[in-house]
Design a protein around this ligand. Structure first.
Ligand SMILES: Nc1ncnc2c1ncn2[C@@H]1O[C@H](COP(=O)(O)OP(=O)(O)OP(=O)(O)O)[C@@H](O)[C@H]1O
Ligand SMILES: [Mg+2]
Length: 313
């Protein structure tokens, strides 16, 4: 497996941050080439900090990070020409049109004029921006500006693309167009590092994922690997006939619209299915989603850090 990115013992403490609080703490991560790699985690987990270090915009406090074999601190020129980045908060240049801003970005990256024109046209077409091609960026809605930024990096010839929340604020149709463009880009054996809070998006696009919590890596692997590492890899919903106390021994139970949801293990899921059949009750069953995994793992870490309630006297 060739590596697009390798982070070793990466640590970042921002200046003026409270004593001892690191945005990234001893982060080790290998990101393979030619795939979509998802970065997920709560607000403030350290995802953008990681992306900014990898994109040579920010220096780490200690540890190392290399992109395509080049160290970001000592060989940043070697890195910059091979990457493209949509930062979490950014706007394309206001005074240009959509077509100009994409084309200018490509020519600044060294593409010849003919190639830049062709790639711009294709990218605008792919993200349904052609009708806005000659509108100035200043007059675009927020979602259209974000789409223009996606078009810029997806049209580029970069080998590693950093997309920090590319679909935030996009309508459902535009989101799917960006997904398709991301899939197409990864089929060209380019690497996309995708940060997102939409876990359905992370799950459907990413070959592997990293869940970061408080600057530390807490889970890493393919969506299936992650399922194998949680307490309860199955979700079973029963609609009627079962009481909550009856289900408690099977796992974690919660109420949902019209039924009870149980997060459980495989053997227990089978047993529940058998009992539901016997009782003639409707049941739905399947592996947990990435969102379930996130809520379980991150939820537990929040519970663990909460101060224990004082015993009543
Ligand atoms: N420029 C900065 N100066 C000081 N602290 C910062 C700076 N940028 C980020 N931080 C802190 O570093 C930590 C990680 O922030 P980061 O932006 O990397 O999180 P994130 O995972 O991208 O969150 P979000 O999902 O909200 O975008 C947070 O505690 C944040 O407050
Ligand atoms: Mg962020």
């Amino acid at each position: 497996m060739s590596l697009a990115i390798r982070a070793e013992h990466l640590r970042k403490v921002y200046p003026h941050s409270p004593a001892g609080v690191a945005a990234l703490e001893d982060l080790n991560l290998d990101i393979p080439t030619g795939r979509v790699y998802g970065l997920i985690g709560r607000n403030g987990a350290g995802k953008t900090t990681f992306v900014r270090i990898a994109a040579t915009q920010l220096a780490p406090t200690s540890g190392s990070l290399s992109v395509l074999g080049h160290d970001v601190m000592h060989e940043e020129r070697g890195v910059r020409s091979r990457i493209a980045c949509i930062p979490q908060e950014s706007r394309p240049l206001y005074f240009l049109t959509v077509e100009e801003v994409v084309r200018l970005y490509l020519t600044m990256r060294g593409l010849d004029r003919v190639d830049a024109r062709r790639r711009t046209r294709d990218a605008l077409d792919e993200l349904s921006l052609t009708e806005y091609a000659h509108r100035s960026v200043a007059r675009l809605s927020g979602g259209l500006r974000r789409r223009t930024l996606c078009a810029m990096v997806l049209a580029s010839d970069a080998e590693v693309l950093f997309m920090d929340e590319p679909t935030t604020g996009l309508d459902p149709i535009a989101r799917r167009q960006v997904w398709e463009a991301i899939r197409r880009t990864s089929r060209e054996h380019r690497t996309i590092v995708l940060t997102t809070h939409y876990l359905d998006e992370a799950e459907s696009l990413s070959t592997r994922l990293a869940l970061i919590e408080k600057g530390r890596l807490v889970l890493e692997g393919s969506p299936n690997d992650l399922r194998g590492r949680v307490r309860y890899p199955y979700r079973v919903t029963v609609y009627g006939a079962f009481s909550r106390p009856e289900l408690e021994p099977y796992g974690r139970v919660s109420e949902v619209e019209g039924g009870l949801l149980v997060f459980t293990r495989e053997a227990e899921a089978r047993e529940l299915a058998r009992q539901a059949l016997e009782r003639g009750v409707r049941l739905s069953m399947g592996p947990v989603s990435l969102e379930d995994i996130f809520l379980d793992v991150v939820g537990r870490s929040i519970e663990e850090e909460a101060p224990a309630e004082e015993a009543e006297t």
